[in-house]
Design a protein around this ligand. Sequence first.
Ligand code: DAT
Ligand code: MG
Length: 153
Amino acid sequence: MAKNAERTYIMVKPDGVQRGLVGNIISRFEKRGYQLCGLKMRTASKELLEEHYGELKTKAFFPGLINFMTSGPVVSMCWQGKDVVKQGRAMLGETDPLKSKPGSIRGDYCIDMGKNVCHGSDSVETAQDEIKMWFKPDEVVDYSLTAYKDIYE
Ligand code: DAT
Ligand code: MG
């Protein structure tokens, strides 16, 4: 992989879209210096969400989670840059918004776990799988950032 080309999958959930937080979430990643390489909106199918949250299928909250996630459109994003998977999780905050620090997305904008506004991949491997799940190959765009030299030393 090219230098600093790690990628993650970030998604604004239906509550975040309804609450008008899409621009703010995009802006946080842009301002940090990360590179947007994929962006789209859709109401996802139950099948796609069941695959996306496959690891959680035995949990009691799983049916409610799928129901919520298919209740309206989500905004899918692919972001690229140094350490973006781990940094993206830190920018999101904890799964439980009440445990999230102010300054993080969840710490600033939400209260309950089932309405926590956003998703971020939890490892580089998961990110690769999720990007494949949510984007067609030609929807993830390769391009060089002219500001690269102002972001990295
Ligand atoms: P994260 O979204 O931080 O990666 P996760 O992968 O463990 O967290 O769970 C996916 C989503 O499921 C999470 O964002 C909100 C919901 N969820 C997780 N644990 C829950 C719980 N105990 N009760 C209700 N919803 C929960
Ligand atoms: Mg997760």
